[in-house]
Design a protein around this ligand. Structure first.
Ligand code: SF4
Length: 370
Protein backbone atom coordinates (compact mmCIF):
# COMPACT_ATOMS: atom_id res chain seq x y z
CA UNK A 1 0.00 0.00 0.00
CA UNK A 2 2.77 2.40 1.07
CA UNK A 3 4.79 1.42 -2.00
CA UNK A 4 1.83 2.22 -4.25
CA UNK A 5 1.41 5.64 -2.59
CA UNK A 6 5.11 6.49 -3.01
CA UNK A 7 4.93 5.35 -6.66
CA UNK A 8 1.89 7.58 -7.26
CA UNK A 9 3.62 10.59 -5.67
CA UNK A 10 6.79 10.10 -7.79
CA UNK A 11 4.64 9.76 -10.92
CA UNK A 12 2.81 12.98 -10.02
CA UNK A 13 6.09 14.86 -9.45
CA UNK A 14 7.40 13.72 -12.85
CA UNK A 15 4.21 14.80 -14.65
CA UNK A 16 4.10 18.22 -12.94
CA UNK A 17 7.84 18.74 -13.60
CA UNK A 18 7.40 17.89 -17.26
CA UNK A 19 4.43 20.23 -17.60
CA UNK A 20 6.32 23.12 -15.94
CA UNK A 21 9.32 22.50 -18.22
CA UNK A 22 7.17 22.48 -21.36
CA UNK A 23 5.25 25.63 -20.41
CA UNK A 24 8.49 27.42 -19.53
CA UNK A 25 10.06 26.33 -22.81
CA UNK A 26 7.04 27.55 -24.74
CA UNK A 27 7.14 30.90 -22.98
CA UNK A 28 10.85 31.35 -23.61
CA UNK A 29 11.10 30.18 -27.17
CA UNK A 30 7.59 29.96 -28.51
CA UNK A 31 7.38 26.19 -28.50
CA UNK A 32 11.08 25.38 -28.79
CA UNK A 33 13.13 24.34 -25.79
CA UNK A 34 15.60 26.82 -24.26
CA UNK A 35 18.59 24.93 -25.58
CA UNK A 36 17.30 25.50 -29.14
CA UNK A 37 17.73 29.27 -28.76
CA UNK A 38 20.68 31.03 -30.33
CA UNK A 39 21.42 34.73 -30.00
CA UNK A 40 20.59 36.53 -33.26
CA UNK A 41 22.85 38.90 -35.16
CA UNK A 42 21.99 42.39 -36.41
CA UNK A 43 19.53 43.68 -33.88
CA UNK A 44 19.42 46.74 -31.71
CA UNK A 45 17.80 47.43 -28.38
CA UNK A 46 15.19 50.18 -28.36
CA UNK A 47 14.53 50.40 -24.62
CA UNK A 48 11.68 48.93 -22.55
CA UNK A 49 12.91 45.51 -23.68
CA UNK A 50 11.98 46.25 -27.31
CA UNK A 51 14.32 45.31 -30.14
CA UNK A 52 14.58 46.06 -33.85
CA UNK A 53 15.90 43.31 -36.15
CA UNK A 54 18.05 44.74 -38.94
CA UNK A 55 18.73 41.52 -40.81
CA UNK A 56 16.18 42.06 -43.55
CA UNK A 57 14.21 44.99 -44.98
CA UNK A 58 11.19 44.13 -42.82
CA UNK A 59 13.12 45.58 -39.86
CA UNK A 60 10.65 44.08 -37.38
CA UNK A 61 10.23 45.98 -34.13
CA UNK A 62 9.43 43.39 -31.48
CA UNK A 63 8.29 43.83 -27.92
CA UNK A 64 9.04 41.14 -25.38
CA UNK A 65 7.66 37.75 -26.41
CA UNK A 66 6.96 38.76 -30.03
CA UNK A 67 8.10 36.75 -33.02
CA UNK A 68 9.28 38.32 -36.29
CA UNK A 69 7.52 38.13 -39.64
CA UNK A 70 9.90 35.33 -40.65
CA UNK A 71 8.68 33.21 -37.69
CA UNK A 72 12.33 32.49 -36.97
CA UNK A 73 13.32 35.20 -34.48
CA UNK A 74 11.89 36.01 -31.06
CA UNK A 75 12.39 38.76 -28.52
CA UNK A 76 13.06 37.09 -25.19
CA UNK A 77 13.61 39.42 -22.27
CA UNK A 78 14.87 42.20 -24.51
CA UNK A 79 17.31 40.08 -26.56
CA UNK A 80 16.66 38.70 -30.03
CA UNK A 81 17.06 34.97 -30.56
CA UNK A 82 16.95 32.66 -33.53
CA UNK A 83 14.39 29.97 -32.73
CA UNK A 84 15.27 27.79 -35.72
CA UNK A 85 19.04 27.40 -35.25
CA UNK A 86 20.11 23.78 -35.73
CA UNK A 87 16.62 22.46 -36.45
CA UNK A 88 16.61 20.86 -39.87
CA UNK A 89 13.25 20.22 -41.50
CA UNK A 90 14.56 19.11 -44.90
CA UNK A 91 17.84 17.61 -46.07
CA UNK A 92 18.55 15.96 -49.42
CA UNK A 93 21.42 15.27 -51.76
CA UNK A 94 20.41 17.16 -54.91
CA UNK A 95 21.92 17.71 -58.33
CA UNK A 96 23.19 21.31 -58.47
CA UNK A 97 21.08 21.70 -61.64
CA UNK A 98 17.95 21.36 -59.50
CA UNK A 99 18.63 24.67 -57.71
CA UNK A 100 18.97 25.67 -60.63
CA UNK A 101 22.62 26.67 -60.90
CA UNK A 102 23.80 25.96 -64.45
CA UNK A 103 27.24 27.59 -64.41
CA UNK A 104 28.43 26.18 -61.10
CA UNK A 105 30.21 22.81 -60.90
CA UNK A 106 27.86 21.14 -63.41
CA UNK A 107 26.99 17.53 -62.76
CA UNK A 108 27.88 17.69 -59.05
CA UNK A 109 25.73 17.02 -56.02
CA UNK A 110 24.93 19.51 -53.31
CA UNK A 111 23.93 18.62 -49.74
CA UNK A 112 20.78 20.71 -49.31
CA UNK A 113 19.29 21.79 -46.01
CA UNK A 114 16.59 24.02 -44.55
CA UNK A 115 15.02 25.06 -41.30
CA UNK A 116 11.54 26.57 -41.18
CA UNK A 117 10.89 30.25 -41.90
CA UNK A 118 10.73 32.91 -44.57
CA UNK A 119 10.74 36.69 -44.44
CA UNK A 120 8.43 37.00 -47.47
CA UNK A 121 4.91 35.63 -47.77
CA UNK A 122 4.60 34.64 -51.42
CA UNK A 123 1.10 33.60 -52.37
CA UNK A 124 2.64 31.11 -54.82
CA UNK A 125 5.12 29.59 -52.34
CA UNK A 126 5.99 26.06 -53.42
CA UNK A 127 7.40 25.03 -50.03
CA UNK A 128 4.83 26.70 -47.81
CA UNK A 129 4.47 23.62 -45.60
CA UNK A 130 7.95 24.31 -44.19
CA UNK A 131 8.48 27.98 -45.12
CA UNK A 132 5.31 29.56 -43.79
CA UNK A 133 5.15 27.83 -40.41
CA UNK A 134 6.52 28.15 -36.88
CA UNK A 135 9.33 25.75 -35.97
CA UNK A 136 7.18 23.73 -33.59
CA UNK A 137 4.56 23.04 -36.27
CA UNK A 138 6.72 20.56 -38.20
CA UNK A 139 9.05 17.81 -37.09
CA UNK A 140 12.75 18.52 -37.27
CA UNK A 141 16.06 16.89 -36.50
CA UNK A 142 18.74 18.69 -34.54
CA UNK A 143 22.13 19.05 -36.20
CA UNK A 144 25.10 21.16 -35.18
CA UNK A 145 27.03 22.94 -37.95
CA UNK A 146 29.78 20.33 -37.46
CA UNK A 147 27.30 17.50 -38.01
CA UNK A 148 25.94 19.15 -41.18
CA UNK A 149 29.44 19.48 -42.63
CA UNK A 150 30.31 15.88 -41.70
CA UNK A 151 27.11 14.63 -43.33
CA UNK A 152 27.84 16.66 -46.47
CA UNK A 153 31.38 15.31 -46.70
CA UNK A 154 30.18 11.74 -46.23
CA UNK A 155 27.51 12.17 -48.91
CA UNK A 156 30.09 12.98 -51.59
CA UNK A 157 28.62 16.44 -52.21
CA UNK A 158 30.95 19.18 -53.35
CA UNK A 159 28.85 21.91 -51.83
CA UNK A 160 26.24 22.68 -49.20
CA UNK A 161 23.06 24.41 -50.40
CA UNK A 162 20.99 26.59 -48.09
CA UNK A 163 17.67 26.19 -49.79
CA UNK A 164 14.00 25.07 -49.84
CA UNK A 165 12.83 27.77 -47.38
CA UNK A 166 14.52 31.19 -47.05
CA UNK A 167 18.12 30.98 -45.77
CA UNK A 168 17.95 34.60 -44.54
CA UNK A 169 15.54 33.28 -41.88
CA UNK A 170 18.27 30.95 -40.57
CA UNK A 171 21.14 33.34 -41.24
CA UNK A 172 23.11 32.61 -38.03
CA UNK A 173 23.02 28.85 -38.63
CA UNK A 174 23.91 29.26 -42.31
CA UNK A 175 26.89 31.47 -41.49
CA UNK A 176 28.30 29.03 -38.92
CA UNK A 177 27.91 26.11 -41.33
CA UNK A 178 29.38 28.05 -44.25
CA UNK A 179 32.50 28.91 -42.24
CA UNK A 180 33.08 25.29 -41.30
CA UNK A 181 32.28 24.05 -44.79
CA UNK A 182 34.99 26.25 -46.31
CA UNK A 183 37.49 25.04 -43.72
CA UNK A 184 36.69 21.50 -44.86
CA UNK A 185 36.99 22.14 -48.59
CA UNK A 186 33.27 22.34 -49.38
CA UNK A 187 31.66 25.17 -51.31
CA UNK A 188 28.47 26.97 -50.23
CA UNK A 189 25.49 28.02 -52.31
CA UNK A 190 22.51 30.12 -51.25
CA UNK A 191 19.12 29.76 -52.88
CA UNK A 192 17.24 32.84 -51.81
CA UNK A 193 14.72 35.54 -52.60
CA UNK A 194 17.47 38.07 -51.86
CA UNK A 195 15.40 40.00 -49.31
CA UNK A 196 18.26 40.86 -47.02
CA UNK A 197 19.92 44.07 -45.86
CA UNK A 198 23.30 45.09 -47.31
CA UNK A 199 25.39 44.75 -44.14
CA UNK A 200 24.51 41.13 -43.28
CA UNK A 201 24.73 40.24 -46.96
CA UNK A 202 28.24 41.70 -47.25
CA UNK A 203 29.30 39.86 -44.09
CA UNK A 204 28.01 36.55 -45.45
CA UNK A 205 29.38 36.74 -49.00
CA UNK A 206 33.05 35.91 -48.23
CA UNK A 207 31.88 32.40 -47.30
CA UNK A 208 29.50 31.91 -50.24
CA UNK A 209 30.49 30.62 -53.68
CA UNK A 210 27.20 31.01 -55.56
CA UNK A 211 23.92 32.80 -54.97
CA UNK A 212 20.74 32.06 -56.84
CA UNK A 213 18.14 34.76 -56.54
CA UNK A 214 14.47 33.98 -57.00
CA UNK A 215 13.39 37.25 -58.52
CA UNK A 216 9.62 37.61 -58.36
CA UNK A 217 8.83 40.44 -60.75
CA UNK A 218 10.01 43.90 -61.66
CA UNK A 219 6.89 45.74 -60.53
CA UNK A 220 6.89 46.87 -56.86
CA UNK A 221 3.09 46.64 -56.70
CA UNK A 222 3.39 42.98 -57.67
CA UNK A 223 6.00 42.45 -54.95
CA UNK A 224 3.78 44.08 -52.34
CA UNK A 225 0.62 42.21 -53.29
CA UNK A 226 2.14 38.82 -53.96
CA UNK A 227 5.04 38.63 -51.49
CA UNK A 228 4.45 41.34 -48.87
CA UNK A 229 7.92 42.68 -49.74
CA UNK A 230 9.46 45.26 -52.06
CA UNK A 231 11.55 44.94 -55.19
CA UNK A 232 14.16 47.61 -54.38
CA UNK A 233 16.12 45.66 -51.74
CA UNK A 234 16.30 42.61 -54.02
CA UNK A 235 17.78 44.66 -56.87
CA UNK A 236 20.28 46.13 -54.41
CA UNK A 237 21.21 42.67 -53.12
CA UNK A 238 21.88 41.39 -56.65
CA UNK A 239 24.20 44.33 -57.33
CA UNK A 240 26.12 43.65 -54.11
CA UNK A 241 26.50 39.94 -54.90
CA UNK A 242 27.87 40.77 -58.35
CA UNK A 243 30.18 43.51 -57.00
CA UNK A 244 31.61 41.13 -54.39
CA UNK A 245 32.49 38.62 -57.11
CA UNK A 246 30.18 35.83 -55.95
CA UNK A 247 28.69 33.77 -58.76
CA UNK A 248 25.08 34.85 -59.39
CA UNK A 249 22.21 33.30 -61.33
CA UNK A 250 18.68 34.70 -61.47
CA UNK A 251 15.39 32.82 -61.71
CA UNK A 252 12.16 34.54 -62.70
CA UNK A 253 9.06 32.46 -61.99
CA UNK A 254 6.55 33.52 -64.64
CA UNK A 255 2.97 33.61 -63.33
CA UNK A 256 0.14 33.90 -65.86
CA UNK A 257 -1.66 37.30 -65.71
CA UNK A 258 0.52 38.45 -62.78
CA UNK A 259 4.06 39.05 -64.08
CA UNK A 260 4.00 37.74 -67.64
CA UNK A 261 3.62 40.98 -69.67
CA UNK A 262 6.26 41.81 -72.26
CA UNK A 263 6.93 44.95 -70.29
CA UNK A 264 7.74 42.89 -67.16
CA UNK A 265 10.28 40.81 -69.07
CA UNK A 266 11.78 43.84 -70.82
CA UNK A 267 12.23 45.78 -67.58
CA UNK A 268 14.02 42.89 -65.93
CA UNK A 269 16.21 42.11 -68.95
CA UNK A 270 17.27 45.74 -69.41
CA UNK A 271 17.97 46.16 -65.71
CA UNK A 272 20.19 43.05 -65.71
CA UNK A 273 21.99 44.20 -68.83
CA UNK A 274 22.68 47.66 -67.41
CA UNK A 275 23.51 46.68 -63.83
CA UNK A 276 24.91 43.16 -63.91
CA UNK A 277 26.01 42.65 -67.51
CA UNK A 278 25.09 40.15 -70.21
CA UNK A 279 26.99 37.21 -68.69
CA UNK A 280 24.54 36.61 -65.81
CA UNK A 281 22.46 33.47 -66.43
CA UNK A 282 18.73 34.16 -66.38
CA UNK A 283 16.18 31.36 -66.01
CA UNK A 284 12.50 31.83 -66.87
CA UNK A 285 10.62 29.07 -65.07
CA UNK A 286 7.14 27.68 -65.17
CA UNK A 287 4.59 28.36 -62.46
CA UNK A 288 2.40 25.55 -61.13
CA UNK A 289 -0.70 26.34 -59.05
CA UNK A 290 0.20 26.11 -55.36
CA UNK A 291 -0.57 27.49 -51.88
CA UNK A 292 -2.82 30.56 -52.30
CA UNK A 293 -2.65 30.76 -56.08
CA UNK A 294 -4.59 27.67 -57.02
CA UNK A 295 -6.86 29.59 -59.35
CA UNK A 296 -4.24 30.25 -62.05
CA UNK A 297 -3.14 27.82 -64.77
CA UNK A 298 0.47 26.69 -65.29
CA UNK A 299 2.53 29.05 -67.44
CA UNK A 300 2.15 28.33 -71.17
CA UNK A 301 5.43 26.98 -72.56
CA UNK A 302 5.36 29.58 -75.38
CA UNK A 303 5.41 32.42 -72.81
CA UNK A 304 8.68 31.13 -71.35
CA UNK A 305 10.20 30.61 -74.78
CA UNK A 306 9.17 34.11 -75.86
CA UNK A 307 10.74 35.60 -72.73
CA UNK A 308 13.94 33.67 -73.43
CA UNK A 309 14.02 34.87 -77.01
CA UNK A 310 13.49 38.47 -75.93
CA UNK A 311 16.38 38.27 -73.45
CA UNK A 312 18.64 36.84 -76.13
CA UNK A 313 17.62 39.59 -78.57
CA UNK A 314 18.59 42.18 -75.97
CA UNK A 315 22.00 40.55 -75.73
CA UNK A 316 21.88 38.31 -72.64
CA UNK A 317 24.14 35.37 -73.45
CA UNK A 318 22.89 32.64 -71.13
CA UNK A 319 19.11 32.44 -70.95
CA UNK A 320 17.24 29.30 -69.93
CA UNK A 321 13.73 27.99 -69.46
CA UNK A 322 12.88 25.81 -66.48
CA UNK A 323 10.25 23.39 -65.15
CA UNK A 324 9.42 22.37 -68.74
CA UNK A 325 10.79 19.96 -71.31
CA UNK A 326 12.79 22.22 -73.60
CA UNK A 327 16.12 20.79 -74.83
CA UNK A 328 17.24 24.11 -76.31
CA UNK A 329 16.19 26.14 -73.27
CA UNK A 330 18.16 23.89 -70.92
CA UNK A 331 21.39 23.86 -72.96
CA UNK A 332 24.34 26.21 -72.48
CA UNK A 333 25.65 27.37 -75.85
CA UNK A 334 29.04 28.88 -76.66
CA UNK A 335 27.96 32.42 -77.55
CA UNK A 336 30.35 32.95 -80.48
CA UNK A 337 30.25 29.58 -82.23
CA UNK A 338 26.72 28.58 -81.14
CA UNK A 339 28.04 25.09 -80.32
CA UNK A 340 26.39 23.28 -77.38
CA UNK A 341 28.69 23.57 -74.36
CA UNK A 342 26.61 21.78 -71.69
CA UNK A 343 23.58 19.67 -72.57
CA UNK A 344 21.11 18.82 -69.82
CA UNK A 345 18.13 16.55 -69.53
CA UNK A 346 15.95 17.41 -66.58
CA UNK A 347 18.35 17.87 -63.66
CA UNK A 348 21.13 15.85 -65.28
CA UNK A 349 24.07 16.80 -67.46
CA UNK A 350 24.26 14.51 -70.48
CA UNK A 351 27.15 16.28 -72.22
CA UNK A 352 29.79 18.66 -70.96
CA UNK A 353 32.04 19.84 -73.76
CA UNK A 354 33.83 22.50 -71.73
CA UNK A 355 37.48 22.23 -70.78
CA UNK A 356 38.08 24.34 -67.65
CA UNK A 357 35.11 26.46 -68.64
CA UNK A 358 36.31 26.97 -72.23
CA UNK A 359 34.62 26.08 -75.49
CA UNK A 360 36.61 24.22 -78.15
CA UNK A 361 37.38 27.54 -79.89
CA UNK A 362 38.92 28.86 -76.64
CA UNK A 363 35.96 31.04 -75.74
CA UNK A 364 35.53 31.24 -71.96
CA UNK A 365 32.08 30.79 -70.42
CA UNK A 366 31.67 32.61 -67.10
CA UNK A 367 30.98 30.48 -64.04
CA UNK A 368 32.63 28.26 -61.42
CA UNK A 369 33.92 25.14 -63.11
CA UNK A 370 36.30 23.55 -60.63
S1 SF4 B 1 14.83 38.52 -40.32
FE1 SF4 B 1 12.79 38.09 -39.47
S2 SF4 B 1 12.70 39.21 -37.55
FE2 SF4 B 1 14.41 40.04 -38.71
S3 SF4 B 1 13.55 41.81 -39.81
FE3 SF4 B 1 13.44 40.06 -41.19
S4 SF4 B 1 11.41 39.18 -40.86
FE4 SF4 B 1 11.81 40.53 -39.13
Amino acid sequence: MLKAKIGAIIFLIIIVGLAVFLIWGRERGGGVTPQDLHLAKYYEKLGSKMVRCNLCPNRCILSEGQIGICRAKKNIEGELYSIVYGQIVASHLDPIEKKPLYHFLPGTKTYSIATTGCNLQCKFCQNWQIAQVFPWEVSSIKMTPQQVVEKALKSGAQSIAFTYTEPTAFYEYMLDIALLAHENGLKNVVISAGYINPEPLRDLLPYIDAYKIDFKGFDDKFYQEMTAGHVGPVLEAMKIIKEQGVWLEIVNLVIPTENDREEDFRNLILWIKENLGTDIPLHFTRFHPDYKLLNLPPTPIETLQKARQMAQEYGLKYVYTGNIYDPEGSTTFCPESGEPAIVRQGFFVTQNNLQNGQCSDGEKIPGVWE
